[in-house]
Write a protein that binds this ligand. Structure first.
Ligand SMILES: *[C@@H]1O[C@H](CO)[C@@H](O)[C@H](O)[C@H]1NC(C)=O
Ligand SMILES: *[C@@H]1O[C@H](CO)[C@@H](O)[C@H](O)[C@H]1NC(C)=O
Length: 357
């Protein structure tokens, strides 16, 4: 059979689907939608940016170049680097908002192009445990659930709560880090019975099917998913309008940042989207064709500061205090009762940083 013949079959098939069910699968939400707070977003984006830093000493002591004014007073209590899978996350406690903050790093820029191509073509799916028909992306799921990240994060949250009490937990991440943030928030809610979990992700890909999106938004309703202009990543894995039962689908609530030019003036718009997760008037109204838009949110750099894949920088003090397993994965922990000031003085007295891979 010729190529045209196959095209005809495909078109007929898609038309058939559009007649049978061209409606979009709209998730019905009983819980109120998350309220968007611009000020909070501009603070949280700084954490999602800082977690990319490769100098672990500066990150751990919160003295890195991205550890700016808006996040002043933040105290990291755990920094985990899964060298094996090129993942990084931290847990700490912030002054404003007074909360435990968990941040996940995304894919290294070095491999971003390959990663994006993989999201078009390879969609490995697994069932989310104990949730009938909820399917999720295997790669994102395992990055959180099947690496050194999860035990380190959960352990740190427990220690923080012992010291600070039952304060708010906010989980953030950019790109694949956003996908991990969503899985972490769900994990804390379902398996640790946390009921104060809030999520904000930036340029996050789709992570599961419609059933999953709907369950997620019931369990973690306080979620904001920020997208930026033509950022390609929120468009992936693709959404198939004519196959609402089969496609990947975003959970709410999207906030779409874009610019409109009026003559020589450019206005920045922050559009708060509807409760469907797939608001057709938000980022889905444009083609996702930009990597540049993926790497800046609220004017903040979201990429890695070091173009070399998965390199980390630390001094021997950190190397000696941290726990490294046989695969080189590293966990740096601090007792919340110890003052950070004392710790940074100890760091300062050490010799020049060394690089490890
Ligand atoms: C928005 O977030 C900021 C920073 O945490 C907080 O100070 C402010 O009260 C919040 N605004 C509202 C309306 O909740
Ligand atoms: C998690 O890792 C274990 C051991 O490496 C492996 O046997 C298991 O299949 C993995 N689970 C998933 C969902 O990939």
């Amino acid at each position: 059979m010729g190529k045209n013949w196959w095209c005809l079959i495909l078109v007929t098939w898609l038309c058939l689907f559009s007649f049978i069910d061209a409606r979009e699968l709209k998730a019905r939400h009983t819980s109120p939608l998350a309220q968007y707070n611009h000020t909070l977003a501009t603070i949280l984006v700084e954490y999602a940016s800082a977690v990319y830093m490769s100098d672990l000493t500066q990150l751990f002591t919160w003295t890195c170049s991205r550890c700016g004014d808006l996040t002043k007073g933040f105290e990291i209590i755990e920094l985990v680097v899964d060298v094996e899978h090129c993942l990084q996350a931290f847990v700490g406690v912030a002054e404003d908002p007074h909360a435990i903050i968990i941040a996940f790093r995304g894919t290294n820029e070095h491999s971003l192009q390959n990663w994006i191509e993989d999201l078009y073509w390879k969609q490995y799916e697994i069932n989310y445990p104990d949730m009938d028909d909820a399917m999720v992306h295997r790669g994102f799921y395992t990055a959180y659930h099947n690496t050194t990240i999860r035990p380190a994060v959960l352990g740190a949250v427990e220690r923080a709560k012992k010291f600070y009490g039952n304060i708010q937990i906010i989980v953030v991440g950019h790109s694949m880090g956003g996908a991990m943030a969503a899985f972490c928030a769900l994990d804390l809610t379902v398996n640790k019975q946390e009921n104060k979990v809030q999520v904000m992700t930036f340029g996050q890909p789709r992570i599961g099917n419609g059933v999953f999106a709907s369950l997620y938004s019931k369990l973690v309703p306080n979620t904001i998913r920020v997208t930026h202009d033509h950022d390609i990543v929120p468009h992936l894995p693709p959404y198939y309008y004519y196959l609402p039962q089969k496609t990947y689908q975003h959970f709410p609530r999207e906030v779409w940042l874009y610019n409109i030019g009026l003559g020589s003036l450019v206005y920045r718009v922050e559009k708060i989207c509807d409760g469907s997760g797939e608001d057709p008037s938000c980022s889905r109204s444009v083609s996702g064709n930009s990597i540049t838009d993926h790497l800046v949110y609220y004017g903040v750099d979201m990429g890695s500061d070091d173009p070399e894949a998965c390199r980390i920088v630390l001094n021997s003090f950190v190397l000696n205090t941290g726990i490294r397993d046989s695969k080189g994965n590293l966990v740096l922990s601090r007792d919340p009762a110890n003052s950070l000031l004392k710790l940074s003085r100890e760091f300062d007295s050490q010799e020049k940083p060394i690089r490890v891979y």
